[in-house]
Ligand binder design. Structure first.
Ligand SMILES: [Zn+2]
Length: 423
């Protein structure tokens, strides 16, 4: 009996696929993609008529702070219009977080993310002497609560740095013992280069001790003297961690002169470091001290991509003291990436779509990710037939399928009441 003779759990009819011409049926059985063919004969418990819409693997959000998210609903206004006050507002709340409060705010963001087609989240949890381990405790509870619905990785993240916030390293160690998935880092936030290097060394000590991957926020500044990415790359090579390290932001790389930038990018490539750029955050966080021309503060996304570095992109912030917007929507993130990095030609648009799907999955080392027979049945039936039009229209997926079941449905009803007269 061929697969197409069996009964399927779900069959999607008439979908477009990114690199394959024509219309395709997708058969799902036991949580896996069982068949992809122009016509699948099998019956299914659930039939979805894609009607020519694009099917693609679900979005992967590899960088998001769900301990802080939705503080925008309860926080006081930022009176000085300053980044420093963003930090202070966060501290005020962080001291009083409860696990229940964290689960409630983060749960709303997860739900929003699912409706927008994301089923994988790498969640950063602040670990420092202000909030202690409470944010991490909350994010581990979030991972447990949503375990059967989405895939969550929790990052043990020193938001106030390590050397300048004495006691943080011991808290991070405890956080890894509690079950965090990834060792975080924020080396550029230390006061001097020597401490930034020590910071990176300490994070690798933890990564080796617990055999976990590393994801650091690096050189999140326009300051061309911020040089932690190059040391991170060298350390990755020395410790044989190629393919296990991600670096977010890397804004300073865009401020280096070309000669130094080329050296650092070659090291990043050799070390197999994935670079995360969250362009909407860089656009509003950087360039604040510039007079015209004002820099965008975004790392060298296009150069890195062209040289074969694994680049990906995440939501970062949702309605928090640092960023008043954000819908936990990787389509919006991709659209802003296309605009802010001049990636609007066909191969560039396809590449940016990979930043929020395949490349992010590679960085997070997800197994069996993709829209291929045998892969996990985690895919979206999107709102339009091509990637270009999905990003142009910015409408949510028609269906979100995860683990072989329909996890979310979006129905958009729009009526032009006066259509007759206009024509
Ligand atoms: Zn971040």
């Amino acid at each position: 009996m061929t697969p197409s003779d069996d009964v399927m759990d779900i069959v999607v009819r008439g979908a477009c696929l990114a690199e394959r011409p024509g219309r395709w049926d997708i058969g799902v059985r036991a949580g896996r993609i069982a068949d992809i063919a122009h016509r699948i004969g099998a019956r299914a418990a659930t039939e979805l008529d894609a009607a020519g819409r694009l099917a693609a693997p679900t979005y992967v959000n590899g960088h998001v702070h769900l301990d802080k998210c939705n503080l925008g609903d309860v926080m006081r206004p930022n009176r000085t219009n300053s980044f420093q006050e963003c930090l202070e507002i966060t501290w005020e709340h962080k001291r009083g977080y409860t696990v229940e409060d964290l689960l409630e705010r983060a749960g709303r963001a997860i739900e929003e993310g699912i409706l927008n087609g994301t089923t994988v989240f790498r969640v950063f949890a602040d670990v420092d002497t202000i909030g202690g381990l409470r944010p991490l405790e909350g994010m581990l509870a979030l991972r447990a609560k949503w375990r059967d619905v989405v895939h969550i990785q929790v990052v043990d993240f020193p938001q106030e740095a390590i050397i300048r916030d004495r006691g943080t390293f011991e808290l991070m160690d405890e956080g890894m013992r509690m079950g965090a998935d990834v060792v975080g880092g924020l080396p550029w936030h230390e006061h001097v280069d020597e401490d930034a290097r020590r910071h990176i060394d300490l994070c690798f000590d933890l990564a080796k001790k617990y055999d976990k991957d590393v994801h650091m926020l690096v050189d999140d500044t326009d300051n061309p003297n911020s040089r932690s990415l190059e040391y991170l790359a060298v350390k990755t090579l020395r410790e044989d961690f190629q393919g296990r390290v991600s670096a977010s932001h890397c804004g300073a790389l865009a401020a280096y002169d070309e000669v130094h930038a080329q050296k650092v990018m070659a090291l990043v490539k050799e070390a197999g470091i994935s670079i995360t750029s969250n362009p909407h955050i860089s656009l509003v966080a950087q360039g604040r001290h510039d007079r015209e021309p004002i820099r965008r503060g975004i790392t060298r996304v296009k150069q890195l991509w062209r040289m074969g570095v694994n680049v990906f992109s995440g939501q970062d912030d949702v309605n928090d003291p640092y960023y008043p917007f954000g819908r936990n929507d990787q389509q919006e993130v991709a659209s802003i990436m296309c605009h802010s990095c001049h990636m609007t030609y066909p191969d560039e648009i396809r590449a940016v779509f990979e930043f929020v799907t395949g490349n992010a999955a590679r960085a997070l080392r997800l197994e069996d990710y993709g829209l291929e027979v045998g892969c996990r049945a985690d895919f979206n039936v999107l709102a339009a037939p091509t990637i270009q039009h999905v990003l142009r229209l910015q409408q949510p997926p028609r269906w979100v399928v995860r683990d072989g079941r329909v996890l979310a449905t979006n129905e958009l009803k729009r009526t032009f009441d006066d259509a007759g007269r206009a024509r």
